[in-house]
Design a protein around this ligand. Structure first.
Ligand code: PHE
Length: 450
């Protein structure tokens, strides 16, 4: 079986692909918007704590299960199960994960479509085709539908090429460019009038808000969404990883890159909001809440680019282009989850599986577009805020309680013979067994009551 499965050809390739999955709209659209509407600094602080203390250990749980089983979540969880009950729960968790991954993709494709439209808008404006350009950045049913479909086609096209040719090649090339671009934009925005006010909001936490249950649950969802957890994505990527790789280390790199980019995006978006406000654009309503959260960055960023004159067009083009790419490297990882399952468990052919599943997700996405007000926010909330952390909790339970400690150790030893004497091994197994499930559980109960 191993011979017929795809595999990442190098550590760099894996890190780029896994970081490519992690880094996406979650970092540059999700995190900064959530931070802006939940008190800036307070949100940043809670996010950082949760990302390192809960999301990283949970990521490790997924990578280890995947690498051990070298198969999709459903099979992998059944493999480490010990009796019929845990086997059933394992299979069900895997299936739930692939359903959630598909729903995430269905809203993700809509927002990614906006990124594409804004990218083309910059190009057309440059070419003096103002009228068509304007249509691209106006919120309309047709535009949303067309660009969602285009984005889905791109995702389907790449995934139909498989692991090395598709996923690895694309992620490795484009991720580094995105990082450089972000750094340059952050440096620029900080020179503008109004930016310092935003910086203060972002960096000075209001400690009174840090314990707010709604803030904590939002930060938890944001961290798990950003690291692509709970739905089997990281598990499947782990399954394509070679046995010699040192898992805690590569997992650590991925986490650092992901969180680093989210935090950096905050340095761009939040100051940019205040720059926009300084330029007369209304960002907050009378009550002090953010106006149109979901589309916030599509108001704030173009305003920023406008301050740059003609160069702004080029920057706008490059930024939205790279965002589209960041979104594709994430969307392919979502589509790979149901696809790998269909291929491995039902013997489907890759091409066929990709097109059928991609088609179904496109249909769900279109349904969301037709009922945007009712469904868009709801799907995001149900999938990212609730399902992802809960599924990740189940995965931690599998690693902590169902799989035996010896099995875990052997798996880790494949990539690091001395792992037994490391800090990681002394802490982590207990951590995923007790701390992660407990804290995620408490946050949930608290948010339901709060
Ligand atoms: N982590 C991705 C992002 O930040 C989103 C994602 C979620 C990807 C779940 C795969 C699975 O944009």
């Amino acid at each position: 079986m191993a011979a017929t499965r795809g595999e990442f050809s190098s550590r760099f390739g894996f890190i780029m692909a896994a970081a490519g999955s992690a880094v996406g709209l979650g970092n540059i659209w999700g995190f900064p918007t959530q931070a802006a509407s939940n008190g800036g600094g307070a949100f940043l602080l809670v996010y950082l704590v949760l990302a390192f203390c809960l999301a990283y250990p949970a990521l490790m749980a997924e990578l280890i299960i995947g690498r051990h089983a070298h198969s999709n979540a459903v099979q992998a969880l059944q493999l480490i199960s010990r009796g019929p009950i845990s086997k059933f729960i394992g299979g069900a968790t895997g299936i739930a994960g692939l359903i959630v991954a598909s729903f995430i993709l269905s809203f993700y494709a809509i927002v990614s479509g906006w990124m594409m439209a804004f990218c083309i808008n910059a190009a057309l404006t440059f070419l003096d085709m103002g009228e068509s350009a304007a249509w691209l950045v106006e919120f309309s049913l047709t535009r949303n539908l067309i660009f969602m479909c285009l984005f889905m086609l791109m995702t389907i096209g790449i995934i139909s090429q498989g692991v090395q040719g598709g996923i690895e090649r694309w992620s490795g090339r484009l991720m580094p460019m995105l990082i450089i671009m972000l750094v340059i934009l952050v440096m620029y925005v900080l020179t503008l009038e109004g930016a310092m006010e935003g910086l203060k909001v972002y960096l000075l936490p209001d400690f009174g808000r840090v314990m707010s249950p709604s803030l904590i649950i939002a930060a938890l969802g944001s961290a798990f969404f950003s690291l692509s957890l709970g739905v089997g994505t990281m598990l499947i990527y782990g399954s394509y990883l070679k046995d010699e790789e040192n898992l805690p280390l590569v997992g650590g790199y991925v986490t650092l890159v992901d969180i680093g980019i989210a935090v950096m995006a905050g340095f761009l978006i939040i100051p940019a909001m205040y720059v926009a406000q300084h330029n007369g654009i209304q960002i907050f309503n009378e009550a002090g809440a953010l106006i149109s959260e979901d589309t916030l960055i599509f108001t704030v960023l173009p305003n920023l680019f406008n301050t740059m004159g003609t160069t702004g067009l080029l920057v706008s083009f490059a930024f939205f282009f790279l965002m589209t790419i960041a979104a594709v490297t994430s969307s392919i990882s979502m589509l790979e989850v149901p696809v790998a399952y269909t291929i491995e468990n039902h013997g489907a052919e890759r091409q066929k599986a990709v097109w059928i599943i991609g088609g179904v997700i496109t249909a769900i996405s279109a349904t969301i577009i037709f009922n945007f007000e009712m469904l868009f926010g709801l799907v995001i909330e149900l999938t990212t805020r609730y399902s992802q952390p809960l599924l990740a909790l189940l995965l931690c339970v599998f690693v902590g309680w169902i799989w035996n400690r010896e099995g875990l150790l052997q798996e880790l030893k494949k990539g690091n013979k001395d792992v037994e004497s490391t800090f990681f091994w002394k802490i982590w197994p207990w951590y995923v067994r007790l701390v992660c499930p407990l804290i995620i559980g408490v946050i949930f109960v608290n948010s339901l009551w709060g």
